[in-house]
Design a protein around this ligand. Structure first.
Ligand code: IPM
Ligand code: MG
Length: 361
């Protein structure tokens, strides 16, 4: 199979981790008889430095012409980087929000799994971590507060800022369907998270989710208020299968869920539209403080590449091979600095990529 993949190395550790993911994909290509065609795209700070904007129309076109996009990370240190002296719509993050919108990537899948080999890294009490957990946060990605109208004004010397949170029922329905579809392939439970005790947008969310649920009689649906969900994630994470939620709640809860795994460097994500096309990126950020030192953990990006093979190319066997390689390497005791523990073998970013590629070949 010919796979047309657009790569966005991005900023910080992005270029290093994407290079390792390519190494692993190339091993898959050799082993299973595929051909990878990569095209690089500039986005975020890397694009600002060259084009003055975080995302160009040409970059969006290149992405559209590919079958899938593999991304590293974008952004820099918000206090020291000159990118953050620019107006908000020209900063690195605007590139990411822009490409999500331009490609209509409304469904963001963020799995948070506690690997048994890394149980020691889980910051929760042992009696909680012993149960393990394996959840998937289905975050709405192109609506809500991050895309509503916003402005900052000054009235009679008083500065005032407004953001708006808008959802229509169609936006809610399509993400709910994605959530229930994926629950059918998992443990058949959906926890829909909202703030229906206060927000109209949440009350609409809840009623549309209930309508969609009628088409999935095998799936258990429960509703949970977002503040309670934040507590439950640290109290009893094993209760969750699919968490279905709007953009901002999903942004915050997915960071919390990843922290609870104790290994944010291991967590992949997929952002999908209505077709097979998707953008795949690690759940973590660009870690500018460790960029260029060959110490970053490339596994989240490698696992994002596995999600890409699975969701955009239907190459389940190949995706399994990558996920098995990750488990194998962990079992053998190899660890990057972020997940290092006593008695393990410390490896750098590129060595981790080599090890994973070797296990696939
Ligand atoms: C994420 C990030 C982005 C978001 C930022 C960088 C705009 O936090 O992917 O979760 O909030 O969507
Ligand atoms: Mg976030």
């Amino acid at each position: 199979m010919d796979l047309k993949i657009a790569c966005i190395p991005g900023d910080g550790i992005g270029p290093e981790i994407v290079a390792e993911a390519k190494k692993v994909l190339n091993a898959v290509a050799d082993q299973y008889g595929h051909t990878m065609h990569y095209t690089d795209i500039l986005m975020g700070g890397a694009s600002i430095d060259v084009h003055g904007v975080p995302l160009t129309d040409e970059a969006v076109e290149t992405a559209k012409n590919a079958d899938a996009v593999l991304m590293g990370s974008i952004g820099g240190d918000t206090t020291t980087s000159p990118w953050y002296k620019l107006p908000p719509n020209l900063r690195p993050e605007a590139g990411l929000l822009g490409i999500r919108k331009a490609l209509n990537l409304f469904a963001n899948l963020r799995p948070a799994v506690l690997y048994s080999e890394l149980r020691g890294a889980c910051p929760l009490k042992e009696e909680i971590s012993a149960a393990g957990f394996d959840m998937l946060i289905m975050r709405e990605l192109t609506g809500g507060l991050y895309f509503g109208e916003r402005r900052t004004t000054e009235e009679n010397g008083v500065r005032k800022a407004v953001d708006t949170l808008v959802y229509d029922e169609n936006e809610i329905r399509r993400i709910a369907i994605k959530g229930f579809d994926i629950a059918m392939k998992r443990r058949k439970k959906v926890t829909s998270v909202d703030k229906a005790n206060v927000l109209d947008s949440s009350r609409l969310w809840r009623s549309v989710v209930e309508e969609v649920a009628k088409d999935y009689p095998e799936v258990t649906l429960e509703h949970m208020l977002v503040d309670n969900c934040a507590m439950q994630l640290v109290k009893d994470p094993a209760q969750f299968d699919v968490i279905l939620t709007e953009n901002m709640f999903g942004d915050i809860l997915s960071d919390e869920a990843s922290m609870v795994t104790g290994s944010i460097g291991m967590l992949a994500s997929a952002s999908l539209n209505d077709t097979k096309f998707g953008l795949y990126e690690p759940s973590h950020g660009s870690a500018p403080d460790i960029a260029g030192q060959d110490i970053a953990n490339p596994i989240a990006t490698v696992l994002s590449a596995a999600m890409m093979l699975r969701y955009s190319f239907d190459l389940d066997k190949e995706a399994d091979a990558i996920e098995d390689a990750v488990r194998q390497v962990l079992k053998e005791g190899y660890r990057t600095g972020d997940i290092m523990s006593e008695g393990c073998i410390r490896t750098g970013c590129s060595q981790m990529g080599d090890l994973l590629a070797e296990r696939i070949r």
